[in-house]
Design a protein around this ligand. Structure first.
Ligand SMILES: Cc1cc2nc3c(=O)[nH]c(=O)nc-3n(C[C@H](O)[C@H](O)[C@H](O)COP(=O)(O)O)c2cc1C
Length: 304
């Protein structure tokens, strides 16, 4: 493995920019049968809440043309289990560990961030696409005020690098990015899933029990590239791009749009070997283009 893929991102060393996305990789156990987790730049683990959650009722996954809809509903064992059982195991894997956190109230985000601050997790990624139960269920991340509020709270609760994960279900994602940067975020990641819905025309019922779900996979890639480009041009903090990446060419495109690191979600369901194939492709790309480091391509798109 060449160190020409290495990147220091928000103060954290990654041996390469590839990170399996939260919710698509669990805690890595299933994937260790395919390759050592040290192959990866980092891992964004399944979203962790203050207490155990069973998630939504099934069906909660539906295939779509070039993508999938999910309404898993943040099924996870809770922050105490994560810190006691999963994190010590993950920290033996020689890869950066990003704790992805979620809450239904601002206090829940604060409590989780305070607990993680005392651990050796490398970075905290904050999912703000969750419904704010005290504000009628609208997601925190769909307004500048909500996104800024959670950033401020998490920032005050930890000295770990904080990466705010932005929702694409907004009018102007660059404004949200600026709002979280102003409150001290060290990085932003985007995009989370796009709200979608499918209906079974025989039963006239939505395919997902939750009626709506989040769309991801290749279908959302052009939307993600556009949003990463807009955000990278609006803020000075680094950007982690995701949404539909499934090949090394997609990763190069996302980096040219402005992402210094990137995450892979839905593609892992289609082919668990995707990360290995992408890293190999990027190593060859660096060699063929005589780059000293892959970071040289970040944000190099030449707009018309
Ligand atoms: C089954 C599934 C579960 C997910 N769970 C989470 C989660 O717990 N926290 C989070 O921030 N994002 C979650 N996501 C969103 C992904 O991390 C990612 O932002 C999104 O899927 C776009 O990337 P992709 O097109 O490569 O899948 C989930 C996505 C899928 C498909």
């Amino acid at each position: 493995m060449t160190d020409k893929l290495s990147v220091k991102f928000a103060g954290v060393d990654f041996k390469n920019p590839l990170i399996p996305a939260s919710g698509a990789f669990g805690y890595g156990r299933e994937f260790e049968h395919f390759y050592p987790l040290s192959t990866l730049g980092g891992i964004s683990v399944k979203g962790t809440t203050g207490t155990k959650r069973n998630g939504n009722l099934p069906p909660r996954i539906a295939e779509t043309p070039s993508g999938l809809l999910n309404s898993v509903g943040l099924q996870n064992p809770g922050i105490d289990h994560f810190i006691k059982i999963e994190l010590p195991n993950l920290k033996t894997k020689d890869t950066a560990i990003i704790a992805n956190i979620a809450g239904s109230t601002a206090d829940e985000y604060r409590e989780i961030a305070e607990k993680l601050d005392k651990t050796d997790v490398d970075m905290i990624e904050v999912n703000i696409s969750c419904p704010n139960v005290k504000a009628g269920g609208a997601a925190f991340g769909v307004t500048c005020e909500g996104a800024a509020q959670i950033t401020k709270i998490v920032r005050a609760a930890t000295s770990k690098p904080v990466m705010m994960k932005l929702s694409p279900n907004v009018t102007n994602i660059a404004d949200i990015a600026k709002a979280v940067e102003a409150e001290g975020a060290d990085a932003v990641s985007l995009i989370n899933t796009l709200l979608g819905m499918r209906i079974d025309i025989r039963t006239r019922r939505p395919i997902l029990h939750n009626n709506m779900g989040g769309l991801s996979g290749p279908a959302v890639f052009p939307v993600a590239v556009r949003m990463v480009w807009q955000v990278a041009n609006a803020v000075s903090i680094p950007v982690c791009g995701m949404g539909g990446i499934s090949t090394w060419q997609d990763a190069v495109e996302m980096m040219m749009a402005g992402a210094s690191t990137f995450q892979i979600g839905a593609a892992l369901f289609a082919d668990p070997m995707t990360p290995v194939k992408i890293i190999e492709g990027l190593e060859k790309y660096v060699q063929d283009n005589k780059l000293n480091n892959l970071q040289e391509i970040v944000g190099t798109v030449k707009p018309w």
